[in-house]
Design a protein around this ligand. Sequence first.
Ligand SMILES: [Zn+2]
Length: 296
Amino acid sequence: MCYVILLMIGPPGTGKSMLASRLPGILPEMSEEEALQTAAVLSISNRGFDIDDWRKRPFRTPHHTASGVALVGGGSNPRPGEISLAHNGVMFLDELPEFDRKVLEVLREPLESGRITISRAARQEEFPARFQLITAMNPCPCGYHGESSGNRECHCSADQVLRYRNRISGPLLDRIDMHIEVPMPPPEVLHGGGGESSENSARVRKRVERARQRQLQRNGHPNSQLQGGDLERECALTDQSRSLIQRAMEQLGLSARAYHRILRLARTIADMADSDTLQPQHISEAIGYRRLDRLR
Ligand SMILES: [Zn+2]
């Protein structure tokens, strides 16, 4: 089971890449076991392990021209690919619709299982591949959807916009937990910094660690690994929550997989809010992150 998968949608220059690059800094500190796993994978890669990388969560940014082998691994003497180099860290795919659909399809197995099996005539290798997947895309082919004046005026037709967004396959979109719009920030934010309301990575990391600790104490593992009966028990729904989620399933045409992903995400939202019970507002927030499903 993979961690949360996020898609940021916004025009160029809004800081999508910068936001993604900050994610490793707000994840919990690496455990000894995680650090050893990550070092082991790096040590058998073409890149090798550098002692400066010890206990640093990886941040990998393969380009949209990357081949399937580069992404998932392979070769006659199988080597780990980007998804395994990102193990216990973050992989960021910018300009998601530009990636070859066939290349993205190979992500499906590791996104479910957290590992990848590479079969070659002579041998079979399995590499770990459990990572946070962060992706980004422009809202339309030109990037400035909705702008109606100035030199950034968007002339993309509704049909072009739809075709562009549909380049992301349904099965992949189904596995993306959060679709988030990243609009152009107002000029005062760009020039004046975040001000007093901004929170630095170290403080956010503390909140994330606390939420994760809650999960480990309750489930014995993170919410992302909740399955079957454990998932039903830890995400017990009130009548109101049940009807909320049922309505969303019908309106958005969500799959059973998406339903389970919404439950896990809602449970994490509740943990971030220090709530033992899953409330309707946690469910509706989780459903609200699936806005691209609405457009299909
Ligand atoms: Zn456009």
